[in-house]
Ligand binder design. Structure first.
Ligand SMILES: Nc1nc2c(ncn2[C@@H]2O[C@H](COP(=O)(O)OP(=O)(O)OP(=O)(O)O)[C@@H](O)[C@H]2O)c(=O)[nH]1
Ligand SMILES: [Mg+2]
Length: 371
């Protein structure tokens, strides 16, 4: 699964944004070393409730699959049970969607027991409404042609089992969450700074440079899944730096909770450093997405949020003018922007540049002076 793929998306007006989403999906598949042979994009007024894309378009895709060795088709949005069933009638290979793919990545990469339990919970929640279908799928894979699949009774028993599992997992998670809160209280006297931002912007690289550590950094999505806390001393002042899981647009709703809990430390921070890769595309969209999540989903409106525009080395002739152009926001005093009536100070760096890291250290020290 996920070795030879094609990916499929739809758009109404904004084709470029849809292309960018498909590029993100391609990057997600790279985590499984998956190749993308072709990207299919259909312009539609709305999603087709039966087949996601139109019937004719689906036929076109099935012809492509017949001609090439494709093992998986990944749809850019979560498919409903009936969509999967209908699509399977035309397309004869594995069918996955953005939610399932992200769940698979999280299952594969989660390390801490808390993260593992969260992923398990999200998986069961994904399976529950699709149980009947998964049963018949399994029967078919076993070659049980002609056999009647499981009866409603067996399926109901399974549903009950899974519901119980979901309940138990929720209980376990609550318990661990309470333990985390206790640990957090122990850290309350420290200054805590969290680095947040879109995936692949350079959060871990910055932490490595600041702390002389060597955590894994890669030009890939979701390299860091578990938050880590690192101690640094700047001018003898102890600061805890927290690395966090990266954001991604269109994160499945089932994973939002697990996402929120994996960034639990953010709420407890004195300062948040929002890292932005100024060299990447669609920064405006990503900046609004992450900032709105921080302000409204996590209710951090009164928290100090500082922006780090990273990777300036990748741009020719970088200047603050470029920030104005890329985010479509006015820069004041060369050091802050205003978004939704909130002031965000910023610093521009390349984490590959030693002098910039030294400047960042001083910057961090200065903003912690009045805490
Ligand atoms: N050119 C350039 N590359 C950078 C810079 N900072 C980080 N990178 C590269 O960007 C890629 C992503 O860096 P990471 O530190 O893994 O990014 P992250 O934000 O921790 O990513 P996730 O953990 O996946 O969310 C790596 O290949 C880094 O070497 C920079 O200032 N300039
Ligand atoms: Mg990272």
């Amino acid at each position: 699964m996920y070795i030879n793929n094609i990916i499929i998306g739809i758009f109404k007006n904004n084709k470029n944004k849809a292309i960018e989403y498909l590029n993100e999906l391609e990057n997600l598949l790279l985590i499984f070393k998956g190749k993308v042979y072709k990207k299919f994009l259909q312009r539609r007024f709305k999603v087709n409730n039966l087949t996601y894309v139109g019937k004719g378009f689906l036929k076109k895709i099935s012809l492509y699959i017949k001609k090439h060795t494709i093992d998986t088709v990944v749809f850019d949005d979560e498919l409903s049970l009936s969509q999967i069933k209908n699509i399977e009638k035309t397309i004869k290979c594995n069918i996955s969607d953005r939610t399932k793919l992200i769940l698979d990545i999280f299952s594969n990469k989660a390390k801490t027991s808390y993260a593992k339990l969260q992923v398990k919970l999200a998986n069961y929640q994904y399976i529950l409404p699709r149980l009947k279908h998964m049963w018949s799928h399994l029967e078919r894979q076993r070659g049980g042609i002609g056999l009647r699949g499981p009866g409603e009774k067996e399926i109901e028993t399974d549903r009950r089992l899974i519901r119980n599992k979901i309940l138990n997992l929720k209980k376990k998670l609550k318990k661990i969450k309470n333990q985390i809160i206790i640990q957090r209280k122990r850290r309350i006297n420290n200054i805590i700074i969290s680095l947040v931002g879109y995936t692949n912007v350079g959060k871990t690289t910055i932490i490595n440079k600041l702390t002389n550590k060597n955590f894994l950094t890669e030009n890939k999505y979701f390299t860091t899944l578990d938050a880590k806390i690192n101690k640094i001393y700047i001018n003898k002042k102890k600061i805890l730096l927290v690395d966090t899981i990266g954001f991604l647009r269109k994160i499945p709703t089932k994973l939002i909770e697990s996402f929120k809990s994996s960034i639990i430390e953010i709420k407890n921070s004195n300062i948040i450093l929002h890292v932005i890769d100024i060299s990447s595309n669609f920064i405006k969209d990503k900046f609004f997405y992450v900032t709105n999540f921080l302000l409204y989903e996590l209710k951090l409106y009164s928290k100090k949020i500082i922006i780090i525009f990273n990777k300036i080395d990748k741009l020719k002739n970088f200047s603050n003018k470029l920030i104005e152009e890329k985010i479509n926001i006015k820069v004041f005093n060369n050091n802050y922007i205003i978004y939704n009536n909130k002031k965000f100070h910023f610093i521009t760096i390349s984490s590959k540049n030693k002098y910039n890291i030294k400047q960042l250290k001083e910057f961090i020290y200065n903003i912690t002076l009045n805490i």
